[in-house]
Design a protein around this ligand. Structure first.
Ligand code: SAH
Length: 455
C-alpha cells in the first residue's frame, strides 16, 4: 500500500459514513480513505492529508458527482466548525444514517437479533433546538475578540456569533457579553499563556418558561465593570440569573469549582410534560427539550409500569426521569454523582409534591451494590442513562444479580450501548425493543432507548 502518500490525489466513490460523519471511500488498490464533508453517493477528487497503517484521511478537493443525500449547508462555517458534521446531508438521510448505525452496532457488537426496531423519532424543525451553549472566548490572529466553537479535534476557535442550532436568546447573550468586553477592554483567556480573564460564556434557557441563565467562566475571582454587564444582560427578556464561575487551572475542563452569584438566582425553571424542574449551572440537563419529552415518553412506554414497582433510575441527573416516572410506580430511587444535581433532584421532588422519590449521591457502581448488600433493596425495573462511556461492568453485574424484570437503557453512545447489551444478553437478558430519538440534529449524535427483559 505504500503508493498512498501524503498529498497524492485520488478520485474515489464514497460508499459509507463513519461514526464521526466522515465519508468513506476506497482507492482502486482498496485503501480506505476517510473524507470529511463527503457523503455516500458522492464521487470526489480527494487529497490525502494523513496516512495510517490501514487507512488514511483525505480532504475534499472537488466534487465530481453529488450524492442524492446532499443539500446546501445553512451555516457559513459548517465546514470548519466541529459542531454540525452533517449539515450538508438532508435531514431524512441524517435520520436514516443514525438508525442504520445503531442497528449495525446492536447486531454486530451487541450480538442481538430479532429485536423490534421502532422508527426513529426525528424533529419537525431541526434547527435552533439547543437550550444550552458553551462558547469559548478567545482572540483571533489579528487580535480581535472572538467567540464560537472549537474546530473538530482541536482547540482553535471557529468564530460563530450566530449558531443555527442554538436557541436565539443564547446568541443574544453572547453578543451582549462580547459588546461589554469590547467596550471595557476586558481580556479573553489565552490557552497558550494562561493569561486573560474570560474563558467561556455558558447559557441555559428554559424552553417552556423562556428563563435564561448566564454563566461566565473566568480566570480569576471577579470581573471589572460588573454593574455594566448586569445592566446589559438584564435588558434581555427572560434573564433570571448571572453566575461567575472561577476556573484558574490550565485545563480544557470548562467549569471550575467556585461559583458566585452576580445577579438574580442560580437556577432556572423548565417543564418536561407536567413536571417542573429547577436546574443549576453545574447539573446535567438534556439539551433538546422538544425531543427530551419524546425520549422520556418512549422510556415510559418501554417500561410499561403497573404502578406497584420499585424503580431505580441510575445516572439520574436532576431527577428528570425519576420524577417523570414517579407517578407510575410505587417507589423510585435515583443515583447521581454530581452533588449539585442531587440537590436539584431533591428540590424538584418537593417542588412537584412527589413523595415516593429518594436520591442518593455517589457513583452508581458503588451506591447500588452497597444498597443491595446492606439494605437488601431490590428492583422491579432499572433505568440507566449513563454518559458516553456507558455503564461500568461492575454495575451491570450488580444489576444482573438484582434480576429486575426489565432494564430500560437510555444511551447517548450506541457503541458503549452495544457493548453493554452484549454483557446483559450473555447474562440472562434479551434485547426486545429499540427506538432512536434524534436529540442532536445536524450532528452525528444519537440517543437510543432499549427495552431489555429478563429471559
Ligand atoms: N437521566 C438524566 C441524566 C443523564 S446524563 C437526564 O436525562 O437528564 C448522565 C448523568 O450521569 C449526569 O448527570 C452525570 O453527572 C452522571 N454520572 C456520570 N457518571 C456517573 C456515575 N459513575 N454514577 C452516577 N452518576 C454518574
Amino acid at each position: 500500500m505504500n503508493e498512498i502518500r501524503k498529498n497524492s490525489i485520488f478520485t474515489i466513490d464514497i460508499t459509507d459514513l463513519s461514526e464521526q460523519g466522515d465519508g468513506i471511500g476506497h482507492t482502486d488498490s482498496g485503501f480506505a480513505l476517510f473524507v470529511k464533508d463527503t457523503l455516500p453517493g458522492d464521487r470526489a477528487e480527494v487529497k490525502v492529508i494523513a496516512v495510517k497503517k490501514n487507512y488514511g484521511f483525505g480532504r475534499l478537493e472537488k466534487l465530481l458527482i453529488s450524492s442524492p443525500s446532499r443539500c446546501e449547508a445553512r451555516c457559513s462555517v459548517a465546514r470548519s466548525c466541529g459542531g454540525c458534521r452533517l449539515q450538508h446531508m438532508r435531514y431524512e438521510d441524517q435520520l436514516a444514517f443514525k438508525e442504520k448505525r445503531v442497528r449495525e452496532l446492536l447486531t454486530r457488537i451487541g450480538g442481538a437479533q430479532d429485536f423490534e426496531f421502532l422508527p426513529i423519532l426525528g424533529m419537525e424543525e431541526p434547527w435552533h433546538y439547543r437550550n444550552k451553549a458553551q462558547y469559548p472566548i478567545g482572540v483571533s490572529r489579528d487580535g480581535r475578540l472572538i467567540a464560537g466553537f472549537y474546530a473538530a479535534r482541536t482547540h482553535s476557535i471557529v468564530e460563530n456569533d450566530d449558531c443555527l442550532i442554538q436557541m436565539p436568546a443564547s446568541v443574544q447573550v453572547l453578543k451582549t457579553v462580547k459588546g461589554w468586553m469590547e467596550k471595557y477592554h476586558i481580556t479573553a483567556y489565552d490557552e497558550k499563556t494562561g493569561r486573560g480573564l474570560v474563558r467561556h460564556v455558558l447559557t441555559r434557557i428554559g424552553y417552556h418558561t423562556g428563563e435564561i441563565m448566564v454563566c461566565l467562566v473566568i480566570n480569576g475571582k471577579k470581573i471589572p465593570h460588573a454593574q455594566a454587564l448586569t445592566e446589559a444582560l438584564t435588558r434581555i427578556d427572560g434573564m433570571k440569573g448571572i453566575v461567575l464561575n472561577t476556573n484558574t487551572r490550565r485545563t480544557n475542563v470548562i467549569l471550575g469549582n467556585r461559583e458566585t452569584l452576580l445577579w438574580g438566582k442560580s437556577r432556572i425553571t423548565d417543564f418536561i410534560g407536567s413536571i417542573r424542574y429547577e436546574i443549576s449551572a453545574a447539573s446535567f440537563y438534556q439539551v433538546n427539550p422538544v425531543q427530551t419529552e419524546k425520549l422520556y415518553r418512549t422510556a415510559m412506554e418501554f417500561a410499561d409500569f403497573r404502578g406497584t414497582e420499585t424503580l431505580w433510575d441510575l445516572y439520574c441527573g436532576i431527577g428528570t426521569i425519576s420524577l417523570f416516572a414517579a407517578q407510575h410506580v410505587r417507589q423510585v430511587y435515583g443515583v447521581e454523582i454530581v452533588p449539585q444535581a442531587v440537590e436539584d433532584a431533591r428540590c424538584n421532588a418537593k417542588l412537584n409534591g412527589i413523595e415516593n422519590a429518594a436520591f442518593f449521591e455517589g457513583r452508581a457502581e458503588e451506591v447500588l451494590p452497597e444498597k443491595v448488600e446492606k439494605e437488601h433493596i431490590q428492583a422491579d425495573v432499572i433505568i440507566v442513562d449513563p454518559p458516553r462511556k456507558g455503564c461500568a461492568q461492575s454495575l451491570l453485574a450488580c444489576m444482573v444479580q438484582m434480576a429486575p424484570e426489565k432494564i430500560i437503557y437510555v444511551s447517548c453512545n450506541p457503541a458503549t450501548l452495544a457493548r453493554d447489551v452484549k454483557y446483559l444478553r450473555e447474562n440472562g437478558y434479551r434485547l426486545e425493543k429499540v427506538r432512536c430519538c434524534d436529540m442532536f440534529a445536524q450532528t452525528v449524535g444519537i440517543e437510543t432507548v432499549c427495552r431489555i427483559v429478563r429471559e
